[in-house]
Write a protein that binds this ligand. Structure first.
Ligand SMILES: CC(C)(COP(=O)(O)OP(=O)(O)OC[C@H]1O[C@@H](n2cnc3c(N)ncnc32)[C@H](O)[C@@H]1OP(=O)(O)O)[C@@H](O)C(=O)NCCC(=O)NCCS
Length: 169
């Protein structure tokens, strides 16, 4: 694989099946399969969801899905095919979402991952996320989740009232 062969683009309806299978095999393995193709298609139809895919000569090798609120965004899903890991694809996918969130004025990006997923934890740390809390039995009532956050900007808080320019007064 050469880096020049990797392209990023928004996901299309025809990507749903490949994304769902990657979610089942690389994210939800051993748990009930929640992100099946119909659920991915519903997510694609939402205006508050951005789903980005990475392709190697037309073949889908990674994806990242972010849900945007007013102040917070939630990274719901992301994976890169094992054959394509440690080549910066995950970083490019996530940085695209972080740049978009920053431009949209989002204050913080949140995510949770399986607490035993050390590779992902290291990946998110490398992308500037910090660990917040451990949620016992989050997955299927059995497995703990680790929550992580990346703060993009300070909260706005109370802003001073608008004042007319001095020459108007
Ligand atoms: C987590 C995941 C998306 C990372 O994707 P990736 O394309 O391999 O990541 P990158 O190559 O962009 O890595 C960026 C940096 O993250 C860190 N990192 C990534 N994978 C790592 C690992 N296995 N161990 C330690 N650090 C790692 C490194 O600092 C890396 O930089 P470097 O390669 O220059 O040292 C990928 O491992 C994956 O799909 N895992 C299975 C699914 C999953 O766990 N998803 C996340 C939870 S929902």
């Amino acid at each position: 694989m050469s880096h020049a062969a990797i392209t990023l683009r928004p996901a299309l309806a025809r990507d749903s099946h490949a994304i769902a299978l990657m979610s089942r095999d690389h994210i939800e393995h051993g748990l009930a399969w929640k992100y099946d193709a119909p659920r991915i298609q519903r997510a694609l139809a939402r205006r508050d969801v951005a789903l980005l895919v990475a392709c190697d000569r037309g073949s889908l090798v990674g994806f990242a899905m972010m849900e945007f609120g007013d102040e917070r965004a939630h990274l719901a899903l992301m994976a890169v095919r094992p054959t394509h890991r440690r080549r910066g694809i995950g970083r490019h996918l996530l940085e695209w979402h972080l740049d978009t969130a920053l431009t949209a004025g989002i204050e913080s990006v949140h995510l949770e991952l399986r607490a035993a997923n050390d590779a992902a934890r290291r990946f998110y740390r490398a992308l500037g996320f910090g660990e917040t809390i451990l949620v016992p039995r989050y997955y299927g009532g059995a497995e703990a989740a680790l929550r992580m956050v990346r703060v993009l900007r300070p909260p706005l808080g109370a802003r001073p009232a608008w004042q007319p320019p001095a020459h108007w007064r």
